[in-house]
Design a binder for this molecule. Structure first.
Ligand code: SIN
Ligand code: CO
Length: 407
């Protein structure tokens, strides 16, 4: 049991992670006043707008125009032209930037406070900047979310019970609820945080200018898991396993799928291994990949084992890539199957210990890695491999630089 399970966490209002998970997680909302005091914003609104102008960054600009009908809301998608922001009205718009943790490492470290939720459930940190009256309208999310107030104030109105009447207003570019009768109404200030389980209607409206950090957790649906499982069988072996019919008989019905053809295809499909080991490996690979298409990026310059040792001993820290997730499961008493960004390794001894530590923390200096483990021959070898395939990289960041100060 790690410390978070035993000790009350200031950012959970003094609850232990265990009590939070038992009483609130996926069950009911929790408002935590002053969850993070002394939050030093890692990104100013100007820098957030700058990010939304970059290619490869997902962002939306939502304007509440007033009235009803199709034109009452507008949604535009980034990347945006820089001069757009100077042309916007003074009020009632919001800019939302997804996956800021992938682009700004300081933002990623915020996720370390939520490590009581498994890595594979983490989706992203979205940051929104809103002018007075700005918001996205009453809606529901299919994700668990912690809404942390950064700058300024936001009024949150939300349901205390799972929303049952879910219909959306027709002809809008956003999925806005037709019926919304809030059961709670709270204004959040800097450092306050609201946890909402999936399916609880909510509406956040900026009171003056504000920023909100949404720490979101995904849950895959069965269709996604099935698709990932099927993809995991598209191996080179399976691709060279061709349907064969050297005994094909001349038939009178060219359109008929004959009994022989159907039996042969059934037999090919039955060759799919539905055993626990195969399902576990497919699940772990799926869990370690951020989204289809995301891969770890190897560094421009490879490092040697000696260089890695020298930098660690000098006090340099490593940061984990946000382009993949780090997960494992034990394969025996001494060995683990470690998966990260689609890579798979069977590890034991110091390598397995390091994989566990790397799965636990984003920022890793020699003290966090454990000197006696990291500086062994095996330890240095795996660390060098993970650096050279882009899973880890040296950083100037210290542990939790922006959110360390909690009440
Ligand atoms: C926002 O930051 O404005 C939207 C967050 C949400 O309601 O999911
Ligand atoms: Co929401």
């Amino acid at each position: 049991m790690n410390g978070a399970m035993k000790n009350g966490l200031p950012w959970l209002g003094g609850l232990t992670a265990g009590a939070f998970l038992r009483d609130y997680w996926q069950k009911k909302p929790l408002l935590i006043r002053n969850a993070f005091s002394g939050v030093r914003e890692p990104l100013s609104p100007d820098e957030l707008a700058g990010l939304a102008c970059e290619g490869g960054v997902e962002s939306r600009l939502i304007c509440r125009k007033g009235g009803t009908g199709r034109k009452s809301w507008s949604v535009d998608y980034g990347p945006f032209e820089e001069d757009l922001f100077s042309r916007l009205p003074e009020k009632r718009w919001t800019l939302l930037v997804q996956e800021v943790n992938r682009h700004v490492p300081e933002v990623a470290t915020l996720l370390d406070h939520f490590s009581f939720v498994p890595n594979w459930r983490v989706d992203d940190v979205m940051i929104s900047y809103a002018t007075d009256g700005g918001g996205v309208g009453p809606h529901i999310d299919s994700y668990d979310v912690f809404l942390l107030q950064g700058l300024g104030k936001r009024r949150w109105r939300y349901h205390q019970k799972k929303t049952t009447r879910v219909t959306f207003i027709d002809n809008l570019p956003l999925r806005i609820l037709e019926h919304f009768e809030p059961e709670a109404d709270e204004v959040l200030g800097p450092g306050d945080m609201l946890y909402l389980p999936p399916g609880f209607a909510h509406d956040g409206v900026a009171v003056g200018e504000c920023t909100t950090y949404s720490i979101g957790f995904r849950a895959p649906n069965r269709a996604e898991l099935t698709a990932a499982f099927v993809r995991s069988f598209a191996t080179a072996d399976a691709m060279s396993d061709l349907y064969e019919d050297p005994d094909l008989q001349a038939g009178s019905e060219p359109g008929e799928l004959t009994a022989a053809a159907r039996e042969r295809v059934r037999e090919m499909i039955r060759r799919i291994d539905l055993g626990d080991d195969a399902i576990d490996a497919a699940f772990a690979r799926f869990a370690s990949i951020l989204k289809p298409g995301h891969t770890l990026e190897a560094p421009r310059r490879m490092l040697t084992v000696a260089q890695v040792k020298e930098r660690l001993v000098r006090g340099d820290a490593l940061v984990r890539s946000e382009e993949g997730r780090f997960v494992f499961f034990p394969s025996s008493k001494l060995t683990i199957n470690f998966f990260y960004g689609g890579h798979q390794e069977a590890l034991k001894g110091s390598a397995a210990n390091l994989a566990r530590v790397v799965s636990r923390h984003r920022i890793l200096d020699l003290a966090a890695l454990g000197k006696s483990t990291a500086l062994t021959k095996d330890g240095l070898l795996v660390l060098t491999r993970w650096i050279n395939n882009g899973a880890l990289s040296f950083t100037t960041l210290g542990p939790l630089p922006c959110y360390g100060e909690t009440r």
